[in-house]
Design a protein around this ligand. Structure first.
Ligand code: PGA
Length: 264
């Protein structure tokens, strides 16, 4: 059975004060919540402080980006080994903000996926269509292309234990999430697409939804069978909202577990 994963993507937000306040608050709120994996992705310069603040907590750390190179003359970059060294477990790659503002290509994202796997970090591969692509009915084509660039370069085994975040660009930061039925349909497509390469890996891969997830809409999204948690931007910066989203995902797990028990 898949374990839901809720991850907070802080984007370009943070300060030493905020890291200390937000992490302590979230840790306190979630100290007794089980059944959902939780991670936070603060800006990279705060990872070390976050690791110290999180000591003893089961909340994991994620980076928001990684370079394709491991060392050498690449001014300003951060390597996968450095992220591992400061305690990251996950790394977000291919976020639409990086694809749009930094012109990251599918090929570069696949290379980032490879360096993370090599370093023993879990890639969180963001995929999703723009508003125009959505309106042209090209959602599945775009998602398939973004996944294929990893699968065709690295093989299906690379997806083992990886995470995919379906984030329609038009839903990010807009307060207008995709409907739970829309998201479920895309997640089902993504899982079926990976199953063409490897059915067992497809059944286990965590597929998060991201795009205006908040404490009001989380439970309905998580009630869908193929939505395995969320990548949360804005709402991850508020202790109460983020904790409520994690609790909704944890409830999904316990609820489905009981259903499964009864069915046996
Ligand atoms: P949002 O961002 O929750 O603020 O829409 C999600 C993301 O970009 O990961």
């Amino acid at each position: 059975m898949r374990h839901p994963l809720v991850m907070g993507n802080w984007k370009l937000n943070g300060s030493t004060y905020m890291v200390s306040e937000l992490i302590s608050g979230i840790s306190n709120e979630l100290s007794r919540v089980d059944g959902c994996d939780v991670a936070i992705a603060p800006p990279v310069m705060y990872l070390d402080q976050a690791r110290n603040t999180l000591a003893g907590s089961r909340i994991a750390l994620s980076a928001q980006n990684v370079d394709i190179n491991l060392l050498g003359p690449f001014t300003g970059e951060i390597s996968a080994n450095m992220l591992k060294d400061v305690g990251a477990k996950y790394t977000i790659i291919g976020h639409s903000e990086r694809r749009i503002y930094h012109k990251e290509t599918d090929e570069e994202v696949a290379k980032k996926f490879a360096v993370l796997k090599e370093a023993g970090l879990i890639p969180v591969l963001c995929i999703g269509e723009t508003k125009a692509e959505h309106e042209e009915g090209r959602t599945e084509e775009v998602c398939a292309r973004e996944i294929d660039s990893v699968l065709q370069n690295l093989g299906a085994l690379a997806m083992k234990d990886a995470v995919i975040a379906y984030e329609p660009v038009w839903a990010i930061g807009t307060g207008q999430p995709a409907s739970s039925a829309q998201v479920q349909a895309v997640h089902q497509f993504i899982r079926a697409h990976i199953a063409k390469y490897d059915m067992a890996i497809a059944a286990k891969v965590i597929i998060q939804y991201g795009g205006s997830v908040n404490d009001k809409n989380a439970a309905e999204l998580f009630a869908q069978p193929d939505i395995d948690g969320a990548l949360v931007g804005g709402a991850s910066l508020k202790i109460d909202s983020f904790a409520a989203i994690v609790k909704a995902a944890a409830f999904k797990k316990s609820d489905r577990f009981q259903c499964g028990d009864k069915a046996q």
